[in-house]
Design a protein around this ligand. Structure first.
Ligand code: ATP
Length: 699
């Protein structure tokens, strides 16, 4: 079987009992894994989803969760909660191995899936009865059962379910099932690809119950097809940014289609939306240059934790992190504060701000490290050791009304007028409204922020910019779902030509800046100016992936350490440089202990998803942390393959003189810099006229 369009019909007819089989899903995984071509990945996933939509729509949602390697959205805290020992025990039993045999297999492959696959292949001859084939729904509901199983006897229940799944799985199913269980699926179809594939699948295929006929997309000329594809993609992405939960998006698409999705994906209290993000600027002069003559506000950039606070009419409060995790239990003191900050007119709201550790006597700000030392679990008001203050900076919903489309000036007004300050516990971020003419005042404000232990300033546009004579300019923004839905709905005319949508903006005409709240977007209307950037250096957030034995004084430690960026399209980690500068001896020691030879955080064999050809470190680390590094410049490299194909077809990119700055405790490896970030920095470097530093990459 393949997922080529021409085989599509046969494929649908071959489904057992009309249920989407797990082997079909793993077939898609294998195909996705066998290519680096993004186009092929998107096509394969799209065709697989079309199969589900057409034949077994009830399995679409489980298939989407299994492909994204989750069982629920982050805020619902649906974790599998199975340790390595449950999986190892099951593999030992099902694969007829002992502990040592399993360890040898794991060391050989460096991947639970590959180890399980080999164990099960060896065992196959002993299996007498053919097991009942697994369906997608089977696997997903078993995982949900595992995650829901709590309390006494739950370990045994989980063990039983894992064993049954492994017994029933065959061939490639074993590999992907084991990877799913350890939550490292390692296929290219990561989160962003899923949204693209879903949008295409729903454009091309309608569920059997849908009254709409399938659109005649295949008859359209390529450019028009591309335009419709990207409009559909924007709809799904914008809806997902407001409501990042497949449990809403997938049923929404099945019942209402692309056109009706926006009515279903409204902002909802207690469901976090994706936060708006800030664009990096090198320093204040660059920031002022980028904003031109527009009026902006500079706000202190507090060094704490971003918090999205939701409150419903009954006063129930939820607090979510920057990554949409539910952290309500971590801040009972903040929850208790909410009734005091609600003004008399406030019924429901969704607000955003930074929670910062403070000195409870003086109100002085403390560092992020102090906040990080605060307990995370079972925190009660009585046990709170670190006092915090919430510095509010945005308001996204008030009394049921969505405010995302309003300008920042309007949202800020409501935030300041409708809520009540509580000394040293709740207030608004310190700010200065200005234009580029107020350069001196802005510089003083920036210095003041550093004095007060902030990281710098966030600069935000106050009003939507609508250039004279272009009153409909804002309508082209991707959040204008009505326009987009309309474009997608445009049917081909009888000659097979699509009726043209709005003309795309031609080069030369600048897109106006928006001061609206744009979930999950990094726009020019939110700029960050950090003190680190003052030294006019760029930084990257990279993942340490391997180490060599040090020489001389450093012989007891790992030095150099190999660093990687991530490629979200393929799911791989791409080696970018070796680093041996910026570490203290204590840090080296800590690294050696954490990544001890033959310990659980190291392997001898390179994992398949690590791209580091020609490099032979002494140990490979279990990728798990993110480091911020500085470097002199980016070079084309024959030795490193990171970002290959993005700047040059033959060469990758590497860094000269990388230096460790700090650990990013607040980032998971999924949030490390990407190969595209690196390529963008390289292009910027070339445009700035800075020399490329020659071909290198191993200084
Ligand atoms: P990003 O969140 O942009 O992906 P990041 O995680 O590296 O990047 P920073 O570069 O430090 O974070 O900058 C953005 C963060 O700054 C926000 O997520 C928020 O937590 C914090 N912040 C502090 N003060 C403000 C403010 N006044 N306005 C917006 N964000 C602020």
């Amino acid at each position: 079987l393949s997922f080529n369009p021409e085989d599509y019909k046969t494929l649908i007819q071959s489904l057992p009992d009309g249920k989407l089989s797990y082997s079909l899903l793993t077939r898609a995984f294998v195909l996705i894994n066998s290519t680096r071509s993004r186009i092929k990945i998107v096509d394969t996933l799209t065709n697989f989803l079309r199969t589900a939509i057409a034949c077994d729509p009830a399995s679409l949602l489980p298939a989407v969760w299994l492909t994204t390697n989750d069982i629920g959205p982050p805020h619902e805290q649906t974790e599998l909660g199975i340790g390595g020992s449950v999986i190892s025990k099951a593999l030992i039993k099902v694969g007829g191995l002992d502990q040592k045999g399993l360890r040898t297999l794991y060391n050989k492959h460096g991947d639970a899936g590959d180890a399980a696959f080999e164990a099960k292949v060896k065992q196959r001859t002993l299996q007498l009865r053919k097991p009942v084939p697994l369906t997608v729904n089977d696997v997903y509901s078993s995982l949900v059962k595992i995650s829901r199983s709590k309390g006494t006897g739950s370990q045994e229940t989980k063990q039983r379910i894992v064993e049954r799944l492994l017994v029933q799985s065959r061939g490639e199913e074993v590999r992907y099932l084991a990877r799913t269980l350890v939550q490292h699926l390692r296929i290219g179809a990561v989160k962003t690809t899923m949204l693209i594939a879903l949008s295409r699948a729903f454009l091309m295929t309608h569920p059997p119950s849908s009254p709409n006929p399938p659109s005649a997309l295949s008859k359209l000329p390529k450019e028009e097809k591309t335009e419709i594809f990207s409009a559909a993609e924007e709809i799904v992405k914008a809806c997902f940014a407001r409501c990042p939960n497949y449990n809403e998006i997938v049923p929404g698409l099945l019942t209402a289609g692309l056109a009706g999705l926006k009515d279903i994906c409204k902002l909802t209290v207690h469901t976090p939306l994706k936060p708006m993000l800030g664009s990096i600027t090198r320093d204040l002069p660059e920031m002022l240059g980028r904003l031109g003559s527009r009026e902006f506000t500079a706000e202190y950039k507090y060094d704490g934790q971003r918090a999205q606070i939701h409150c419903d009419e009954k006063g129930k409060v939820s607090i979510f992190s920057r990554h949409l995790e539910n952290m309500t239990d971590k801040y009972p003191d903040l929850v208790a504060l909410i009734p005091s900050i609600r003004g008399p007119n406030v019924k429901t709201f969704i607000m955003e701000g930074e929670v910062v550790a403070i000195n409870s006597d003086t109100g002085d700000l403390k560092t992020f490290q102090t906040l990080a030392s605060r307990g995370r679990k079972d925190v009660t008001i009585g046990t709170v050791q670190v006092t915090v203050c919430m510095f509010a900076f945005d308001l996204m919903q008030l009394n049921g009304e969505e405010l995302l489309g309003k300008s920042f000036r309007e949202r800020r007004k409501l935030l300041r007028e409708e809520f009540v300050e509580v000394e040293k516990r709740f207030t608004w971020v310190k700010s200065l409204d200005a234009t580029a003419d107020d350069q001196d005042a802005v510089i003083e404000f920036f210095k003041g922020s550093l004095k007060e232990k902030c990281e710098g300033v966030m600069v935000k546009l106050l009003d939507n910019e609508v250039p004279a004579g272009d009153s409909d300019a804002l309508e082209t923004d991707t959040t204008d779902l009505d326009t987009l839905v309309e474009e997608v709905q445009k049917k081909p005319n009888p000659k097979g030509k699509a009726i043209k949508g709005k003309e795309p903006r031609k080069g030369g005409k600048r897109k106006p800046l928006l001061a609206t709240y744009e979930p999950d977007k990094r726009l020019e209307s939110w700029l960050k100016v950090k003190k680190d950037y003052d030294a006019s250096t760029d930084t990257l957030d990279v993942i340490p992936i391997a180490g060599w034995h040090g020489m001389g004084r450093k012989s007891k430690w790992w030095s150099p350490i190999l660093l990687a960026v991530r490629n979200p399209d393929t799911g791989s980690l791409e080696a970018v440089c070796k680093c041996m500068s910026g570490f203290t001896d204590a840090f080296y020691q800590e690294m050696k202990e954490k990544y001890s030879e033959d310990g659980e955080n190291t392997t001898r064999t390179k994992k398949p998803y690590i791209e580091a050809p020609e490099l032979h470190p002494n140990v490979w680390f279990e990728p798990q942390e993110v480091w911020e590094i500085v470097f002199a410049d980016i070079t084309l490299s024959p030795n490193y393959t990171s970002a290959i194909g993005l700047v040059s077809e033959e060469r990758g990119l590497s860094l000269r003189f990388p230096r460790f700055l700090r650990k990013r405790e607040d980032k998971s490896i999924e949030e490390a810099s990407t190969s595209e970030d690196l390529a963008a920095m390289y292009r910027k470097q070339m445009n700035s006229g800075k020399p490329a530093g020659g071909v290198g990459g191993d200084e």
